[in-house]
Design a protein around this ligand. Structure first.
Ligand SMILES: Cc1cc2nc3c(=O)[nH]c(=O)nc-3n(C[C@H](O)[C@H](O)[C@H](O)COP(=O)(O)O)c2cc1C
Length: 218
C-alpha cells in the first residue's frame, strides 16, 4: 500500500477506541442533528457546519464540493452560493442533492438526501445583509466556476464593485442566493471499535410524510 495512506488502527488502538455510549438520543432526526451539530461545534477546530454537497449534472455525472450550512430546521438545510456556478447550473437541471457531514473530532457522520428548492428572495436578502462587506462585494465580483484568466481580473472586479457602491448599501446580486435541501432520507453514523459502527437511517415517502427508521449493518 502507498506510504501516503495512514496505517489502519492496531488491535490496541481499537481496544481503547472511544465508546461514545448511546448517541441516537432523539426520535426526531432534525433534533438529533441539532444535538450532534452543537457537539461538533464545540469539538471541531473550524467549520463544524461544513458539508460535502453532491449534485449531478444533466448527463447524470455526479459532482461534489464543500459548502457551509447556514440554517437548519424541520423545513430543511439551507446553504448559499452563486446560482450561475457549476452547482447552481446542476441544481437547475436536476434539483436533487445529497450532503455529508463528517466530524473527525467526534468520529461521526450524517448524510442527507432530498430535493432542492431555491429560498425566497426575501430570505436570501436577509442573509446577504448579515455577510461581511468584503464578502458582499465578492459575491458581485466573482463569476464563480467560470474561467479566470488572471487573478488580477478578479482583483479589478473587486475594486470596481467597491468603487461602484462606495460607502452605500451593497444589494444582493440576482445570481447569488440560497437553496434548501428538503430531505427524505437522513442517516446518522457513529464510529465503533473494529469498524462495527452504529447507523440509524430515517426515511419518509415524501416531504410531508412521517419518518420510519432502520438500523443497517455497518
Ligand atoms: C469549508 C468550505 C466551505 C465552503 N463554503 C461554500 C459556500 O457556502 N458556498 C459556496 O458557494 N462555496 C463554498 N465553498 C467553495 C466550494 O467548495 C466551491 O469551490 C465553489 O462553490 C465552486 O463550486 P462549483 O464550481 O462546483 O459550483 C466552500 C469551500 C470550503 C472548503
Amino acid at each position: 500500500m502507498s506510504d501516503l495512506i495512514p496505517p489502519s488502527p492496531s488491535e490496541e488502538a481499537y481496544a481503547v477506541d472511544d465508546d461514545q455510549g448511546e448517541v441516537f438520543t432523539d426520535q426526531d432526526p432534525f433534533a438529533l442533528f441539532a444535538e450532534w451539530l452543537a457537539l461538533a461545534g464545540k469539538k471541531e477546530m473550524n467549520d463544524a457546519n461544513a458539508m460535502a454537497l453532491a449534485t449531478v449534472d444533466a448527463d447524470g455525472l455526479p459532482d461534489v464540493r464543500m459548502v457551509l450550512l447556514k440554517d437548519v430546521d424541520a423545513s430543511g438545510l439551507t446553504f448559499y452560493t452563486n446560482a450561475e456556478s457549476a452547482k447552481g447550473v446542476q441544481l437547475g437541471a436536476v434539483p436533487k442533492a445529497a450532503v455529508c457531514f463528517h466530524w473527525k473530532s467526534i468520529r461521526r457522520q450524517v448524510r442527507f438526501r432530498g430535493t432542492v428548492t431555491p429560498v425566497s428572495a426575501g430570505e436570501a436578502d436577509a442573509y446577504f445583509k448579515t455577510r461581511a462587506r468584503g464578502a458582499r462585494i465578492g459575491a458581485h465580483a466573482s463569476a464563480q466556476s467560470r474561467p479566470l484568466e488572471r487573478r488580477f481580473a478578479l482583483e479589478k472586479q473587486v475594486a470596481a464593485t467597491a468603487a461602484k457602491f462606495g460607502v452605500g448599501d451593497i444589494p444582493r446580486p440576482e445570481h447569488w442566493s440560497g437553496y434548501r435541501i428538503v430531505p427524505t432520507q437522513i442517516e446518522f453514523w457513529v464510529n465503533r471499535p473494529f469498524r462495527l459502527h452504529d447507523r440509524l437511517v430515517f426515511r419518509r415517502e415524501n416531504e410531508t410524510a412521517g419518518w420510519t427508521t432502520e438500523k443497517p449493518y455497518p
